[in-house]
Design a protein. Structure first.
Length: 313
C-alpha cells in the first residue's frame, strides 16, 4: 500500500499548524544616515512581523514549504505519519514531527514512539535539522535517546542539504532513515536494559542527590522548590503510571524524573521548543545519564557501602 504523503495532505498540515506563510529579507537602514547598511532583517510577508534584525546579507531563509518538504520526501522512502507541528516567536521557529512506528519497553505494554522532528528557524538561531526524538505515549513525554545521544546532544541532529541534486537528496533521505533506525534500535536496547534493572529506594535517593543536590546557600525559596521537586519525583516513582511500569526498576525511575522535569515546568510560549532542543531537553538527557550511571550493575549506592562497612567494622 502506497503511504506517500500527498500534496493536499501536506498543504493541510501546514495550514492547520500555522505554518503556511513565507519569509523575506529587507535591508536595515543605517540609523544615522538613513542609507542602506550591511545588515538585513527577516520578516513574515503576511503579517510584516520582524523576526530578527542585524543579519548578514548572505542569510537566506529556508521557506517552510521547502524545510518541511523533507517530510513529504521522507514518505517516499519509509512508512511515516505526520503527527503534529507548531511554531514559536510568531513563526520565527517551527517544528513538525513524524512517526516511524513504535516499540515496546518492559513487559507491561509501555510503548515508545519513534519520532523524527524537523526543526527550522527564520531568525538565524539555528540551521534546519532533523532530530531523533523518542516519545513515550502513556504520559505524553518526549524522552532522551540512547546513552551516547544523551551525553552528546549533537548526535541527535541530522541535516539534509537543500542544495543537493534530486538523486543526491534522495540518497541523503535514505541515509537519514537508516541513521534513525539505528539510533532507535540502540535506544530501545538502552530502555529495555533500564526496565530489566531492579533497584531499591537507595538508588532513587542517590539519583535525586546527583540531579537535584540540596545546597546550603539556596535560601528558603530554593529549598521549597527543591522539596517540591523531590516529592514530585518520589510520587511519580511510587505511582509508576498506575502500575503500567514495575515500580522498582531503573526505567520507572527515569520516567519519574523526566516526567517531573517536563510536566512540572511552567507552561510558556517557548516550552515546546525547550522540550525539543532547549533546557528541558538538556535536563532530560542529564537525567537519563544519571539513572544509567547510578543504576548500572557495577555501581553500589554510597548508603549501601556505608551499611556494608558498618557491618564489617
Amino acid at each position: 500500500m502506497d503511504k506517500k504523503i500527498t500534496q493536499d495532505q501536506f498543504d493541510r498540515f501546514l495550514a492547520n499548524n500555522g505554518m503556511d506563510y513565507e519569509v523575506a529579507t529587507m535591508n536595515v537602514p543605517d540609523l544615522f544616515t538613513g542609507e542602506e547598511s550591511r545588515f538585513f532583517a527577516t520578516y513574515r510577508t503576511d503579517t510584516n512581523h520582524i523576526f530578527q534584525m542585524g543579519l548578514s546579507q548572505g542569510f537566506t531563509p529556508i521557506q517552510n514549504r521547502d524545510a518541511l518538504g523533507v517530510i513529504r520526501d521522507l514518505s517516499g522512502v519509509a512508512d511515516i505519519e505526520m503527527v503534529k507541528g507548531g511554531t514559536w516567536g510568531g513563526g520565527a521557529g517551527l517544528y513538525a514531527q513524524i512517526s516511524l512506528g513504535d516499540f515496546e519497553v518492559g513487559n507491561r505494554g509501555d510503548r515508545v514512539g519513534k519520532y523524527l522532528s524537523v526543526v527550522n528557524s527564520h531568525d538565524g538561531s539555528r540551521a534546519m535539522n532533523i532530530l531523533i526524538t523518542p516519545y513515550r505515549y502513556w504520559c505524553q513525554n518526549q524522552i532522551s535517546p540512547s546513552l551516547a545521544d544523551a551525553r552528546k546532544a549533537d548526535d541527535r541532529f541530522i541535516t539534509v542539504r537543500h542544495t543537493a541534486s534530486a538523486e543526491r537528496k534522495m540518497e541523503e533521505l535514505v541515509r537519514t532513515i537508516s541513521i534513525a533506525d539505528g539510533a532507535f534500535a540502540r535506544t530501545q536496547e538502552i530502555y529495555q536494559k533500564l526496565a530489566d534493572t531492579k533497584i531499591n529506594e537507595e538508588y532513587v535517593k542517590e539519583t535525586l542527590n546527583k540531579l537535584f543536590p540540596l545546597k546550603p546557600d539556596m535560601g528558603k525559596r530554593g529549598q521549597t522548590i527543591w522539596e517540591k521537586t523531590v516529592e514530585s519525583v518520589q510520587a511519580r516513582y511510587f505511582h509508576a503510571d498506575g502500575g503500567r511500569n514495575e515500580v522498582h526498576t531503573a526505567w520507572n525511575l527515569y520516567n519519574a524524573v523526566q516526567g517531573t522535569i517536563q510536566h512540572d515546568s511552567k507552561n510558556t510560549s517557548t516550552k515546546e521548543r525547550s522540550i525539543l532542543m532547549g533546557s528541558i531537553s538538556d535536563k532530560s538527557a542529564k537525567a537519563l545519564t544519571a539513572v544509567l550511571e547510578t543504576c548500572s550493575s557495577e555501581h553500589i549506592p554510597q548508603s549501601v557501602k556505608d551499611e556494608i562497612e558498618g557491618l564489617t567494622a
